[in-house]
Every structure is written in structure tokens, then in C-alpha cells.
Design a protein around this ligand. Structure first.
Ligand SMILES: [Mn+2]
Length: 504
């Protein structure tokens, strides 16, 4: 394939007519093996050691030049997009409605369902925010444990028991916010694209609020790509990444008889997944409208737990044109709860609202809404709500070893229980302003093991990899987390991380 034809095929990205190619070798002849990639990434300076935006890029190093790196990136996104577009077959979508990605009125927001059989495993990981060191350390560990094939991005296949039982399947689930803040967003994205290309059915990249060009152009990722590739080469890459975001699901329902809602943010009452969860053959549903008025009219009790003085727009039905929509007549925005929603940490704290961020749901609101949306949704796995100061959420996350079950005493055991109505927040990787300012050095991943019955009987194991020599200390266990942040000494060395910490 010549460079010109590559450009033409990128133009066809959204119609997905290109032949599928799972190899990572393209026109440039750039071939990057798993081991080579992990090794090169691990040698990069840590975000913690770098006081200004670094130009260092594992991709540019391995490709040999910025030009070759640009083409390698474009080809990888092309392969990734082709795989994502394979699912855009009408038969797999509720009512045959597939996102129309060429329309300005549609932004590709959709829900996905993943049915698991007994003993299937899902590895779950929270925000990465350009922390390639944590991601590659996680993959190295999976390789050591035989989850990935040797020197490969491919998940190893488990043998069935003498051919009598169905072989168990392993999935990797990432909960969004892959870039911004840390300096290796491009390396993180490339790793995730390669994982998806190698495992089309077994890797799910949920869309976080930073998987949106409006956010990524403000919080570091656009600047990073421009810095690593030079402005002229970065333009086409950023255009294609903007389109790539629309291929990611906003929410994934994992389960069988009942379900865990896996998303980046939190509650969204404007979408009802009942049809999707009922469907025998469909795995996807387009969300082009939020029917919030319909929900609140049907479940009037839910309104009582909404924030006092919330904008009336928040309770209305609205056509969904992007994850964060500005209202024409006011400067207010409506955000998609799956990508933006927060939760109160205090068990009795009332719901609150912040323009530009959305609803922060109380326990009471969650208790009313979750079964009202669909009684089969038993739990929420999410990330998103991190802070550079040790507030009550970060205390909960650090004390719970990176997976914090809200409104419960901190859990520190390897095995956690998924109770009805539980909300689990997954931590952000430690090579970030969060790890530095909140004084933890471990990365975290969850391992969800499916059983034949309700998700309440499934196992959730929480693992840590200590990456920064045990700098963290566990905070004493409190029955109810206190709100005041604990000061952990001078962190002025990391002042560059203090910018714009509010958007998780
Ligand atoms: Mn976020």
C-alpha cells in the first residue's frame, strides 16, 4: 500500500470498506513486537520525573522518524477502526439502528452488552491518564501469569476440560480516560489499539469524558501529539483520533441473568437498557436521546433525591449530539451521566450538581434510580472521580487498595463482595499527579470471575502492583470516610500537575 492510497483509505474510515488486516506491519515496514514495545515504554522517563512536557515517544523511537511514526499510528488506528466497524452490522443493533457517524446530529454514543459464562474472567482497570508505565507493568504481569501469549498482545486461549466443558474466556476491560495529564497518552492509546486488534471480541475500551476532542484538546493530549509528531504531521492523526472516539461504547453491561453497569462516570437515567438486556441476538444499542423527563415522570420518587435547585434542563428529554452539550440559551451544559457522573462519598450527603460536570448522585438517589432503570442492574463499576488532593474519595481509594466500594467500610482483602446496589470506583494509575499528591505508588486491577448465578455471587479480586517502592501508606480504616483531606507533606516538586485537576 502506498502513502497516497493510505490517505484515501483513511478517508473511507467511517464506511469501513477496507480489508481487515490484523498485522501490525504496514507501508512503513514498522513492526513492533510486544516485548520490544513493553521494554521501550518502560525505559521512558516517568511522569513523576518529568517537570515539563517531554518530547520522548516510544513510537517515534521504534519507528525511526516522526514521519514513519505518523504512518504507523494512522495504520494502527485504521486497523482498530475496521475492527470496531465490523460490529456496525444492523443485525447486532437494537431495532437495526446503527450510529450514523457522518451525521453531525449523531455522535456515536451507544451501549454494549457482554454476556459471560461461568468461569469467564474480566480484568478491569481504571483511569490511565497517560501513565504508560502502569499499563505496561500490568501487561507484563498478565504475560507472566500466562493470560497473554508469549511476546504477543493476544490473550491466550484456555483449554476446555477434555473437550467436555466450554473453554473459559478472558476479557480486558478499560474504564476510560486513557490520555491527558500524563505525557504518554499516545503510547497508552497505541497499546490499547494493539490489544483490541489482537483480540477483537475480548477487549473493551469504554469511553471516558476525556475521549472527546473538546476535552483532549484542553487537557494535554492534543499538545502531546503535536509535540511528539510536529504540528504538520499531527493534524491527520488528531482528525482520525477524534473520529475514533465515536467508536467506543459509553457503557457496557456485563452479566448474564443480571448485570453490572461498567462505565467511566456514573448514573444516567435517560437511557433504559431493558430492550438491550432482553435481546437474544443484539449486543449494541444506539443512544441518540436521553429520556430523562420520561424517567422522572414514571418514577416520581427519584426527583426528591435530585439536587436542590438543579437546572430544569437536567430533567428534560434531550437529543444527544455529543457527550457534553451546551444549551443554546444559557451557558449551561448537559453531560452524559455514563461518561461524567459522580457519586457522593458520604452515606448521608445529598446529591449535588456542578455545571460542566453534572450530577453527583447521593446513595439515596442511586438506591432509587438503579432498580428503577432496570432491576437487573445490581452494581456499577466505574472510575473518573479522582483528585490531586486526598479528599474522601481518594482516601477511600488508597485505603481500599485501589477499588473502593462506596458507602461501606474500607475493604482491604483480596476478595470483595458485589452486593445489590453497590458502586465500585476504580483508582487512577499512580504515575500521575494523583499518585504523587495522594502519596500512593501502586497500580490496581480487578479480576471479575463470572459464576452461573446472579452477579452478586460472582467474585471480584483486587490486585496491586507496587511500582514506586511502597511510598504509599494505608490510612487507618474508618467506618465512614471523613471529608477533610489529610496533608502528606510538600509536593511542590510536582506543581505542574496542579493545573486543571478538577476534571477527573
Ligand atoms: Mn474522567
Amino acid at each position: 500500500m502506498k502513502l497516497n492510497s493510505l490517505k484515501i483509505s483513511l478517508g473511507l474510515l467511517l464506511v469501513g470498506l477496507n480489508s481487515f488486516c490484523a498485522s501490525a506491519v504496514g507501508v512503513t515496514g514498522v513492526s513492533i513486537s510486544f516485548n520490544q514495545w513493553i521494554e521501550t515504554c518502560q525505559k521512558l522517563p516517568k511522569n513523576r520525573e518529568t517537570s515539563i512536557q517531554t518530547e520522548k515517544s516510544a513510537l517515534v523511537d521504534l519507528a525511526g522518524s516522526k514521519e514513519r511514526a505518523q504512518i504507523a499510528i494512522l495504520e494502527t488506528i485504521q486497523q482498530f477502526s475496521n475492527i470496531m466497524l465490523q460490529s456496525h452490522d444492523k443485525s447486532q443493533w437494537i431495532n437495526g439502528k446503527v450510529p450514523n457517524l457522518s451525521s453531525k446530529k449523531s455522535c456515536g454514543i451507544y451501549a454494549q452488552k457482554l454476556i459471560l459464562n461461568s468461569d469467564d474472567v474480566v480484568y478491569v482497570q481504571g483511569d490511565l491518564h497517560g501513565d504508560i508505565y502502569s499499563l505496561t507493568s500490568f501487561l507484563k504481569e498478565l504475560q507472566v501469569h500466562g493470560v497473554l501469549k508469549p511476546n504477543s498482545f493476544e490473550i491466550a486461549k484456555a483449554n476446555s476440560f477434555f473437550g467436555l466443558t466450554k473453554p473459559k474466556k478472558t476479557y480486558l476491560l478499560f474504564l476510560g480516560d486513557y490520555t491527558d495529564r500524563g505525557f504518554y497518552g499516545l503510547e497508552v492509546m497505541y497499546t490499547l489499539w494493539r490489544l483490541k486488534i489482537a483480540n477483537p471480541e475480548q477487549v473493551v475500551l469504554v469511553r471516558g469524558n476525556h475521549e472527546d476532542c473538546k476535552i483532549a484538546s484542553q487537557f494535554g493530549f492534543w499538545r502531546e501529539v503535536q509535540c511528539k509528531l510536529d504540528r504538520s504531521l499531527s493534524g491527520p492523526v488528531l482528525d482520525v483520533i477524534t473520529k475514533m472516539y465515536e467508536l467506543l461504547p459509553a457503557v457496557l453491561y456485563v452479566g448474564n441473568h443480571d448485570f453490572i453497569q461498567c462505565c467511566h462516570g456514573g448514573l444516567e437515567v435517560g437511557y433504559c437498557p431493558t430492550q438491550l438486556l432482553n435481546a437474544a441476538n443484539q449486543k449494541y444499542e444506539l443512544i441518540n436521546r436521553l429520556n430523562r423527563a420520561v424517567f422522572f415522570n414514571r418514577h416520581s420518587g427519584a426527583k426528591d433525591h435530585m439536587p436542590i435547585g438543579v437546572n430544569p434542563e437536567e430533567l428534560q428529554d434531550i437529543e444527544l449530539t455529543c457527550p457534553c452539550m451546551e444549551h443554546r440559551l444559557s451557558s449551561r451544559v448537559t453531560t452524559l451521566g455514563f461518561m461524567w457522573g459522580d457519586f457522593q462519598v458520604g452515606i448521608h450527603s445529598p446529591s449535588s450538581y456542578a455545571n460542566g460536570r453534572g450530577i453527583c448522585a447521593s446513595k439515596a438517589l442511586t438506591d432509587v434510580c438503579l432498580p428503577a432503570i432496570d432491576p437487573r442492574i445490581k452494581s456499577i463499576f466505574r472510575a473518573h472521580q479522582h483528585s490531586g488532593e486526598l479528599n474522601s474519595m481518594m482516601q477511600g481509594l488508597v485505603s481500599s487498595k485501589g477499588v473502593f466500594k462506596l458507602w461501606h467500610s474500607y475493604e482491604t482483602d483480596l476478595k470483595r463482595t458485589i452486593t445489590n446496589g453497590s458502586v465500585f470506583t476504580f483508582n487512577v494509575s499512580p504515575d500521575s499527579q494523583y499518585g504523587v499528591n495522594c502519596n500512593y505508588g501502586f497500580m490496581t486491577y480487578g479480576k471479575l470471575v463470572a459464576k452461573s448465578g446472579s452477579v452478586e455471587s460472582w467474585d471480584l479480586f483486587v490486585y496491586n502492583i507496587d511500582l514506586f517502592g511502597g511510598q504509599h501508606r494505608l490510612i487507618s480504616i474508618e467506618p465512614e470516610p471523613i471529608a477533610a483531606p489529610i496533608k502528606l507533606g510538600n509536593s511542590s516538586k510536582y506543581d505542574q500537575f496542579h493545573i486543571l485537576v478538577e476534571v477527573g
